[in-house]
Ligand binder design. Structure first.
Ligand code: CP
Length: 334
C-alpha cells in the first residue's frame, strides 16, 4: 500500500479563515496538510501551557482521567513513542503501548482487522506509526476514537512539525518571516513534508538544500526555494533543520559515499558561518553524527535546539491529546 500525500494542488496559507467556529475542528490529527493557521496556532498555544507544567516538580493533571490511549507503533521509535506515553500519563489517561512484534499481526492479522479489534475495546485515543504512507488514515476510517499520526511512511509526521514549530516560536518569537533551511534527505522524509506544510502555512520562507537525488519528485509544487549548494542555501538563514539519511527507505544508490556526503552536505561550523549569527540548529533525531551533522554543531548549546525539541515534543503531544478529546470530555461526541 502506498498512498501519496502529495496529491494536493495548493498549499494552506496563513490568511485562510478556519472552516468553523472551533479552533481545532478535526476529529483526528492525520497530517499538517489541511490544518489552517488558526488550528496550528491553537495547538501551539495549548502546548506552551504544558511546557510550563512539565517544568514543575509535579507534572500530572486530571484533565483526561478515565480515558484510554493505545500506542500502536509498527516502526521503531524512541522520542515519539516515549513522549506520547509520557504525555498520556501526565494528562491522566490509561496508556497502553502495544508491542506489534508480539501481537497477532505476526500471525497474519491485517491492519484493518487489528483496527476493528482495538476499536471494540473502546479506546479514546489511538496513536499510530506505520511504514506505509496512508496507513494511519486508512486505520482512522475504522476507528471511533481520535487517531493521531505518529509518522506514516514518507508522508507526514505532524507532531514532529508542531514540536519544531513550537521550538522556533519560543526561540525566535515568531515563525512568520523566518528563513528556514531544511537540509538533507528530503525525498524520504515525512518530517520535511510536514514541516514544509506547516512553515508555509505560518508564513516562513522555506529553503530546501539537498542533492537532486534526495529531493522529492513533486518539488516544484511544495512552495519552497531549492539549493544544490550548501553555503548558498545557508546564506542568511535563521534556522537550519538537518535531516537524517533514511537508509531504511532507500532502494538503490542515492549517494556516492557517506564520507563524500558529509563533505558536501554535512552541517559543520565552517558551513554555518554564512548563516545569521544567532542561527538555530535543529534535528528531529535520531542523528547520524559525522554524516549529516558534525558533533560540535549538534552539541553547541548556544545554537543547537535538539534537546529542546525533545522537551517540546512532550508538551505538543499533550496538547494534541487534550484538544482532540475535548468534545468527548465535554460530552459532545459519542
Ligand atoms: N523524531 C522522531 O520521530 O524520532 P523517533 O523515531 O525516535 O520517534
Amino acid at each position: 500500500m502506498s498512498m501519496n500525500s502529495t496529491d494536493q494542488s495548493s498549499y494552506p496559507r496563513a490568511d485562510v479563515a478556519p472552516p468553523s467556529g472551533k479552533l481545532f475542528p478535526h476529529k483526528h490529527l492525520l497530517g499538517i496538510w489541511g490544518l489552517d493557521p488558526t488550528a496550528i496556532k491553537h495547538l501551539l498555544d495549548v502546548a506552551d501551557g504544558y511546557v510550563d507544567l512539565n517544568r514543575q516538580a509535579v507534572k500530572s493533571t486530571e484533565t483526561c482521567r478515565g480515558l484510554t490511549q493505545i500506542n500502536l507503533f509498527f516502526e521503531n521509535s524512541t522520542r515519539t513513542l516515549m513522549s506520547f506515553e509520557i504525555a498520556g500519563k501526565r494528562l491522566g489517561l490509561d496508556t497502553i503501548s502495544m508491542s506489534t512484534g508480539t501481537s497477532s499481526i505476526k500471525k497474519g492479522e491485517t491492519l484493518l482487522d487489528t483496527a476493528a479489534t482495538l476499536n471494540a475495546m473502546h479506546p479514546d485515543v489511538l496513536v499510530m506509526r506505520h511504514a506505509d504512507s496512508g496507513a494511519v488514515k486508512l486505520l482512522s476510517e475504522k476507528m471511533d476514537c481520535a487517531v493521531i499520526n505518529a509518522g506514516d511512511g514518507r508522508a507526514e509526521h505532524p507532531t514532529q512539525a508542531l514540536l519544531d514549530a513550537l521550538t522556533i516560536r519560543r526561540r525566535k518569537g515568531s515563525i512568520h518571516g523566518q528563513t528556514i533551511v531544511i537540509s538533507g534527505d528530503v525525498a524520504h522524509s515525512r518530517v520535511a513534508r510536514s514541516n514544509i506544510y506547516l512553515l508555509n502555512a505560518m508564513g516562513a520562507r522555506v529553503r530546501l538544500v539537498a542533492p537532486p537525488t534526495l529531493l522529492p519528485a513533486d518539488i516544484d509544487r511544495l512552495g519552497v526555494e531549492v539549493f544544490h549548494h550548501m553555503e548558498q542555501g545557508l546564506e542568511g538563514a535563521d534556522v537550519v533543520m538537518m535531516l537524517r539519511l533514511q537508509n531504511e527507505r532507500m532502494q538503490g544508490a542515492f549517494l556516492p559515499s557517506l564520507r563524500e556526503y558529509y563533505h558536501f552536505w554535512g552541517l559543520t561550523r565552517e558551513k554555518l558561518k554564512v548563516a545569521k549569527d544567532d542561527v538555530l540548529v535543529m534535528h528531529p533525531g535520531p542523528m547520524n553524527r559525522g554524516v549529516e551533522i558534525a558533533s560540535d554543531v549538534a552539541d553547541d548549546l548556544d545554537r543547537s535546539a535538539i534537546e529542546e525539541q525533545v522537551e517540546m515534543g512532550v508538551a505538543v503531544r499533550m496538547a494534541c491529546i487534550d484538544v482532540l478529546t475535548r468534545d468527548l470530555r465535554n460530552g459532545e461526541r459519542s
